[in-house]
Design a protein around this ligand. Structure first.
Ligand code: 5AD
Length: 380
């Protein structure tokens, strides 16, 4: 197996991505030798240091609505899951945003299910108020939305948009993520796995990600790791797709079965790709090598899977972002994408203190300001 060569700075402070072939990526994903894995972690951490530096940026997560019109077979917010639904008020969202400022965060992430009962003009108004009253960057993560809505929110001042494409394996996507309506029908024969261009043209979320970029948002996406039926080849494809889309933010988390969902209820069969800490970390590390300038969070899903070490391992193997939860405690337990997400009892202040201690113990600093992706600046 060849080793990835050293990254080269292209002179503008931006680090060039490594060129790794599909075969090399696949070999790294399947690597089990501890010494070789140490080499991968070391390279990812070095590239992270050179490209985005030692600061860990904190993004305050506000899960403002758990309504969802979609029927994703893996997600606890799916429409048919009988769950107490909530939508935070404007004042509650603003209070959470002000808390983000108090804690020193530079960004809030407004996340919800795909909530069609929410008036898009209301969200635009909330964004406008956050931008008027605080210096925060605003990231939206509100699902597959129409162009008019994306334009409206961008105009209101939203800076970034996050929409995971979940998997580049279209056959798997059709299975776990049914289309919203019949006009968005699934093709009867999905394209060959290795045809990146074709996947790019057909994948419903990638089509939207392109629009998001056109509107001038910083663009984030990502996938779940270890979905039942996922293959090593499809993870290779996911990584090459991140690079092709030139993403600014890339979120990677293990798939965590929710027992009240169709996929979570399926009897577990032997899986090609395990939904474990090691595989998630390999994906984070390879993402850092292929997309050196992207902001990469150490995700809540990884910390939920591995409460003792997950978050810190992510940060040591390529990640540079953490997203502390600022959702008010009474709503937090209802935003149950998967079970065991975070600790609803822990206050934002208490979590913040522990987080800062951990980050400093890793020899890292807490990022100040918005922490925009160097990718975006380079593109301008
Ligand atoms: N396990 C892990 N991640 C999940 N997500 C949704 N359901 C699950 C699950 N069961 C992730 C998806 C989605 C993001 C908001 O949460 O990747 O894009």
């Amino acid at each position: 197996m060849t080793s990835p060569s050293s990254p080269r700075s292209n002179g503008g402070g931006k680090i060039s991505s490594l060129s790794l072939s599909s075969d090399e990526i696949r070999m790294w994903l399947k690597e089990v030798d501890p010494a070789r894995l140490e080499e991968l972690w070391h390279r990812a951490d070095t590239v992270r240091h050179l490209s985005v530096g030692d600061a860990v940026y904190l993004r305050g997560l506000i899960e403002f609505s758990n309504y969802c019109c979609r029927q994703c077979s893996y997600c606890g917010l799916r429409r048919d899951h009988r769950l107490q639904r909530y939508r935070m008020t404007e004042e509650e969202i603003l209070a959470s945003a002000h808390k983000a400022v108090t804690l020193g965060y530079g960004t809030v992430v407004l996340q919800s299910g795909e909530d069609r009962g929410m008036d898009p003009r209301w969200l635009a108004h909330v964004i406008r108020r956050i931008k008027e009253e605080t210096p925060l960057a605003v990231t939206l993560s509100v699902g597959e939305r129409d162009e008019e809505e994306l334009a409206l929110w961008r105009e209101a001042g939203a800076d970034r948009y996050f929409l995971r494409f979940e998997t580049s394996d279209l056959a798997l996507l059709w299975k776990i993520h049914p289309p919203r309506n019949h006009s968005q029908s699934s093709p009867s024969s999905p394209p060959k796995r290795d045809d990146l261009k074709e996947v790019e043209a057909i994948h419903p979320r990638i089509t939207i990600l392109k629009k998001i970029r056109e509107f001038g948002y910083e663009v984030g996406s990502g996938v779940m790791v270890g979905i039942p039926g996922q293959t090593w080849d499809s993870l290779v494809q996911d990584l090459l797709m991140f690079q092709k889309l030139d993403l600014d933010m890339i979120g990677l988390g293990p798939y965590l079965p929710h027992p009240e969902t169709p996929l979570g209820k399926e009897a577990s069969q032997p899986q090609e790709v395990p939904a474990d800490t090691l595989t998630t970390c390999k994906m984070i590390a390879l993402t850092r090598l292929l997309c050196p300038n992207a902001n990469i969070p150490s995700t809540t899903a990884l910390a939920t899977l591995d409460p003792k070490e997950g978050r810190d391992l992510g940060l040591q193997r390529g990640a540079n972002i953490v997203m502390p939860n600022l959702t008010p405690p009474q709503y937090r337990r209802l935003y149950e994408i998967y079970p065991g997400k975070g600790n609803p009892e822990e206050t934002a202040e208490a979590y913040h203190r522990t987080l800062c201690t951990h980050i400093e113990a890793l020899g890292r600093t807490i990022g100040r300001g918005r922490g925009d992706s160097p990718n975006r600046w380079a593109r301008r």
